[in-house]
Design a protein around this ligand. Structure first.
Ligand SMILES: NC(=O)c1ccc[n+]([C@@H]2O[C@H](COP(=O)([O-])OP(=O)(O)OC[C@H]3O[C@@H](n4cnc5c(N)ncnc54)[C@H](OP(=O)(O)O)[C@@H]3O)[C@@H](O)[C@H]2O)c1
Length: 213
């Protein structure tokens, strides 16, 4: 599959390597392609272009930019280039204010998530929230005590969530589908919880698991 990743940060890079390792072809999109010229793809070369180039290239897209710039990046990608495509939304709406006792601030409320805002602004894109509740170093085939961790996902398009579940299977995750876009109100704040041990104790090597009877 051709995957267009909007972003050039740790999430974009980690997922790019993961997709390539699993046999996909990847283009990273950034405002400044020169900044990825020297990046080490681990000998598996991917492509780099603008946000619009990556959105045009990808049959499936990943949104991996700063939360406050997500709408801007999608506009730069081009509304027509997003139409009908699955967009894996890994963003979190983290505010600029520093964490308080390890607790991040969000610029959204519990009544409206970032993904809902984006889905409303880009109705033709098939957004699926995923990968936002774990650090970038653990996104692809994490090896954790206790077995496979759980990735919580949501989105309005059932077929899009099925595609993302297949990717999560490849990437070594169990998927928990939490329903429609409104569930991002609960999934995005998992980032706050995930980060607390990191900010308080420099512990960044955990992931969530849903346990069942
Ligand atoms: N870091 C993690 O472990 C982690 C884990 C889960 C979820 N997340 C979420 O995933 C997203 C990406 O995180 P990250 O740490 O990889 O990178 P980041 O530092 O949060 O974001 C970097 C990306 O944001 C883009 N960006 C910044 N300002 C922009 C603007 N005004 N217009 C367009 N694009 C802009 C940059 O574009 P250029 O390439 O053009 O500079 C770059 O690609 C964030 O929403 C974050 O909350 C992060």
């Amino acid at each position: 599959m051709k995957v267009g990743i909007l972003g050039s940060g740790n999430v974009a890079k980690s997922l790019a390597k993961g997709f390539i390792a699993h046999g996909h072809v990847v283009m990273l999109g950034t405002r400044n392609p020169a900044k990825l010229e020297d990046w080490d793809w681990d000998n598996r070369k991917g492509l780099v272009g603008s946000f619009a180039d990556a959105a045009t290239f990808g049959e499936l897209l990943v949104l991996a930019v700063k939360g406050s710039a997500a709408a801007e990046a999608l506009h730069a990608a081009g509304i027509t280039n997003l139409a009908g495509k699955v967009v894996v939304d890994a963003t979190n709406p983290i505010a600029e204010t520093p964490p308080e006792n390890g607790v991040l601030h969000f610029f959204t409320t519990l009544e409206e998530s970032l993904m809902e805002r984006l889905q409303r602004e880009f109705p033709a894109a098939r957004l699926v929230k995923a990968f936002n509740s774990v650090g970038s170093a653990l996104m692809v085939n994490p090896k954790l005590q206790g077995g496979k961790p759980t990735m919580f996902i949501c989105g309005n398009d059932e077929a899009a969530k099925k595609s993302v579940t297949e990717i999560l299977d490849q990437f070594g995750w169990e998927t928990a589908d939490m329903g429609k876009a409104e569930a991002a109100r609960a999934i995005e704040p998992l980032c706050i919880l995930w980060c607390i041990p990191g900010f308080l104790r420099q512990e960044w090597t955990h992931a969530f698991k849903l346990m069942r009877v």
